[in-house]
Write a protein that binds this ligand. Structure first.
Ligand SMILES: [Zn+2]
Ligand SMILES: [Zn+2]
Length: 140
């Protein structure tokens, strides 16, 4: 597959049991439908950092084909930009045909952090409820 951003060939990388496609030229990452959820469920931290450590991050000129991103899987299908977020908005481009998504450099890590923040908020709420319950019990 070709990078929708710069046209370089994407490299398939194995992360546990998930195969993601990474562009070593512009550092973007293509995720097929459902792969983001899988990545999140593994709880891996700093995915992009560890990929760079393992595979290197060769300096490459940043350029855009024509500013219009096309899905690397579907022929001539344009990607649509939108913002996904739990806690902080992260821009991503997705394909409305195969539901894959393109994440620019650092956007994957942002998305993963985002989910972690959400989880910690959930934990806080759970803890508060637990303490509230304890306080009640102590009064009795
Ligand atoms: Zn690229
Ligand atoms: Zn597609």
């Amino acid at each position: 597959m070709k990078c929708p951003k710069c046209g370089a060939m994407l490299t398939a990388l194995q992360l546990q049991d998930i195969t993601i496609d990474k562009c070593h030229s512009c550092d973007g990452i293509w995720l097929d439908h459902g792969e983001l959820e899988k990545l999140r469920s593994t709880g891996i931290k700093g995915v992009e950092e560890s990929l760079e450590e393992e595979y290197g991050n060769p300096p490459a000129p940043m350029f855009s084909l024509d500013g219009y991103l096309r899905c690397p899987r579907c022929v001539d299908q344009g990607l649509r930009s939108n913002y996904v977020s739990y806690m902080q908005p992260v821009k991503m481009d997705h394909c409305i045909v195969c539901f894959g998504m393109w994440l620019d450099k650092h956007e994957l890590d942002k998305l993963m952090d985002d989910k972690q923040q959400l989880d910690s908020v959930k934990v806080d709420k759970g803890m508060k409820a637990m303490f509230a319950g304890l306080r009640k019990r102590i009064k009795i």
